[in-house]
Design a binder for this molecule. Structure first.
Ligand code: PLP
Length: 393
């Protein structure tokens, strides 16, 4: 947080603005003159209902979400959505055609570890998974690029959906555009690590989801934005489910069912009240600062400063295609790599934390989400310069 002058470059759970934490602290014991903590009020109370409504309306305003989209607050993080997407959208496709024994293809574009993991989950649950493009294959064994749209092998209008991850948190690859696909096929997007960082057209999507613990707030709540026509009733028993007999994807478990969540206003069971409350405080904070379009400008400046410095440096290197570099997660290496441990130790001495790269890729990574200020990025670059000077003599 900026009050204690710790610069938290962690990928998630990530920094939360100090003002937001202070507000939560100030009203922790007595929420809205209830005499109770927000942790203690019933999720069926008028007080929580107001909180939920305001939080949704604020998100709708921030992202300009059209009326024909529902906002759901779900649990289980991004990983749970890897499964929920398959169940819900295959069911929606079957409902559309009335053919409940059909196993429509589902298309995936792999651009990094998270979309790859989502594919692995889809394959656990469902047999007709099509890899439309794989950046690791086209990139000669390494992530760091996005296969050109023209090379994707999509299934066409039969597909239940086309899936991609907008920002690959581990690999530092971010889509600079929304892929153009057959408009009759729902586009599904994992925006866990870049939602609310820039403006985008929600109406291009069937489903958008994001775990909260990067740009929104605490882990425990996952935002799901779903177009209403994709909400369908599912068979209530396995016996009614003709596809069940073929061993292919039966009725979705209730907690993962988008329609049940929409029908119950995300109150099917006890929601993660504190996480929803904290997300609401972050939305207040963003609105007070001019909304997504203003934070987008700062995010652009921060990323440009850091990449420009890395590109002209003699010891730091980015291995990501410059056209698709993430504005949120900046992986980089030091040449020689033996210096990386020293770099991290020196950073910690200056209270710059969590700059180590993900264990699966190594190296270094600066996550510079909404809560990281321009001042923090400048402090990091100053340190990088001093370190370079010391080690290139
Ligand atoms: N998707 C992306 C882009 C992520 O960065 C992460 C976590 O870092 C996940 C999904 C998984 O989220 P969770 O840990 O909430 O399941």
């Amino acid at each position: 947080s900026s009050t204690t002058k710790v610069w938290n470059f962690g990928a998630g759970p990530a920094a939360i603005p100090a003002e937001v934490l202070a507000k939560a602290q100030a009203e922790f014991l007595d929420f809205n003159n209830t005499g109770m903590s927000v942790l203690e009020i019933s999720h069926r109370s008028k007080t929580f209902d107001n909180l939920l409504k305001k939080t949704k309306n604020d998100l709708r305003q921030l992202l300009n979400i059209p009326e024909n989209y529902k906002i759901l607050f779900m649990q289980g993080g991004g990983h749970t959505q890897f499964s929920a997407v398959v169940y819900n959208l295959v069911a929606a496709k079957r409902a559309k055609t009335g053919d409940y024994s059909w196993n429509p293809p589902v298309d995936y574009v792999i651009t990094g570890s998270w979309s790859a993991k989502s594919v692995a989950e889809a394959k656990r649950l469902y047999a007709n998974v099509n890899i439309a493009a794989d950046a690791k294959v086209s990139g000669g064994g390494k992530f760091g690029s996005i296969p050109p749209r023209g090379e994707w092998k999509l299934s066409g209008p039969d597909a239940a959906y086309v899936y991609y991850c907008d920002n690959e948190t581990i690999n530092g690859v971010e889509f600079p555009y929304i892929p153009d696909i057959d408009p009759s096929v729902p586009l599904v997007c994992d925006m866990s690590s870049n939602i609310l960082s820039r403006k985008f057209d929600v109406s291009k999507f069937g489903v958008i989801y994001a775990g909260a613990q990067k740009n929104v707030g605490p882990a425990g709540v996952t935002i799901v934005i779903v177009r209403e026509d994709l909400l369908v009733d599912q068979p209530k028993t396995v016996a009614e489910h003709s596809a069940g007999s073929s061993g292919m994807l039966m009725t979705v478990p209730s907690m993962l069912d988008y329609k049940i969540m929409a029908d119950t206003d995300s109150l099917y069971n006890t929601p993660p009240v504190f996480a929803v409350y904290m997300a609401g405080l972050v939305f207040d904070y963003l609105i007070a600062r001019g909304g997504v379009q203003e934070i987008e400008k700062v995010n652009g400046q921060k990323a440009k400063l850091l990449y420009d410095y890395i590109d002209q440096s003699k010891i730091y290197q980015s291995h990501i295609d410059p056209k698709v570099r993430s504005r949120m997660n900046v992986p980089f290496r030091i040449n020689p790599p033996e210096l990386e441990a020293q770099f991290l130790a020196g950073a910690e001495a200056l209270r710059m934390y969590q700059l180590k790269g993900h264990r699966s890729v190594g190296g270094l990574r600066a996550s510079i989400y909404n809560a990281m200020t321009l001042e923090g990025v400048t402090a990091l670059i100053d340190y990088m310069k001093a370190f370079e000077k010391k080690h290139s003599a």
